[in-house]
Write a protein that binds this ligand. Structure first.
Ligand SMILES: Nc1ncnc2c1ncn2[C@@H]1O[C@H](COP(=O)(O)OP(=O)(O)OP(=O)(O)O)[C@@H](O)[C@H]1O
Ligand SMILES: [Mg+2]
Length: 333
């Protein structure tokens, strides 16, 4: 291949950064075995934003925790989470600690639970740099922390010495974003970054997220209930239901022409689309319906739907760029 050909290819072809395949997570509980993630597979490409959406309890945070290797003891995990040639699920705690924060960072939904209340904002961020050996000493790490906070609009010197309780919820959210950015990770996972924020603060956080994406060039896995946020900043969207991904595709196409009946139903819940509730009840995670888990609620169900469908690629605008592919798990396709 000539240099110009490879240059053209590098511009059109997205490079896979994280490859999750056949991920299953089960919890043994007193009520039975919870299948929180069931054969979850997706690729996160360099520099992209992939949104993971779905109803509450469908397994989005469990997927994020699996990637960070932060699942609790009662979780049985299987599958492959490939990053830089290794399966993250095989890494011991020592190796994983070098990946967490430095290469893959997570922003949790509740900053007041994630930030240490007795450590100043500046020191919390500086500590990340020191733990990972990314700054020579305290003054250099504080300097770098100040730089990142400044980029997110919290640069005043006095603010570095303040404690989380002296900041508003939105400001603390920005501190969380700064701590995720400071080590220049390749992947940032944001789990419900706007949940619980009032609409003005949520809009501010969205702006920070966009800034963050542009500044760092990192790939973003955005977990959210907020379709407006997805439409605004995600390149692709993966729709999850009862532990499974049912549809993945480029964001504009999925929003414009949702293919899976569940995706259609989910989007029809939006106020601008008539606020139609999804008929029926959310499935039990311990005893989910056999076959397609959505079929008892699906207006298009047929006899075959009591068997499990498999993921099918149904459309590809550009065969060179796998990030354009649409994948559906439904017998209609
Ligand atoms: N430690 C645990 N032990 C038992 N069950 C758990 C545990 N953690 C999560 N679960 C269950 O796994 C399922 C998926 O949970 P998860 O937190 O991933 O949902 P979610 O999609 O992130 O929901 P939300 O949108 O409300 O944050 C739920 O049924 C939840 O009750
Ligand atoms: Mg969650």
């Amino acid at each position: 291949m000539s240099v110009s050909q490879s240059l053209i290819q590098s511009q059109t072809q997205k490079v896979p950064l994280l490859n999750v395949s056949g991920l299953s997570v089960q919890f043994e509980t007193q009520l039975g075995r919870v299948r929180a993630a069931d054969d979850v597979s997706f690729v996160l490409f360099e520099n992209e934003t992939l949104a993971l959406v779905g109803e509450t309890g469908c397994g989005k945070s469990v997927v994020a925790s699996a990637v960070m290797n932060l699942l609790p003891q009662n979780a049985a995990v299987n599958g492959n989470i490939e990053f830089e040639g290794r399966n993250l699920l095989d890494l011991g705690e020592e190796e994983m600690a070098k990946v967490r924060g430095a290469k893959i960072a997570i922003i949790f939904q509740n900053p007041s639970l994630s930030l240490n209340p007795v450590i100043t904002i500046g020191d919390q961020i500086a500590e990340m740099l020191q733990v990972h050996g990314k700054a020579a000493g305290r003054s250099q790490s504080i300097e770098k922390a100040a730089g990142v906070l400044q980029r997110l609009g919290l640069g005043e010197r006095g603010q570095l010495g303040m404690y989380p309780f002296q900041f508003s919820g939105g400001m603390n959210q920005r501190v969380m974003i700064a701590s995720a950015l400071v080590l220049s990770p390749k992947i940032i996972i944001a789990d419900e970054p706007t949940k619980g924020l009032d609409s003005a603060t949520a809009a501010g956080t969205v702006r920070e997220m966009e800034k963050m994406k542009d500044l760092s060039g990192a790939a973003l896995l955005l977990i959210t209930h907020d379709p407006a946020l997805v439409q605004r900043i995600a390149d692709r969207v993966a729709v999850m239901y009862c532990g499974e991904i049912l549809e993945i595709g480029p964001c504009p196409e999925v929003f414009h022409e949702p293919l899976h009946p569940y995706t259609r139903a989910l989007l029809n819940c939006l106020p601008e689309r008539g606020m139609h509730p999804i008929p029926g009840v959310s499935p039990s995670m311990t005893n989910p319906p056999k076959g397609c888990k959505f079929h008892p609620r699906c207006p298009k169900r047929r006899a075959k739907c009591s068997q499990s469908p498999f993921m099918k690629q149904i459309k590809a605008n550009d065969t060179e760029t796998k990030s354009n592919e649409r994948w559906i798990k439904c017998w209609l396709y």
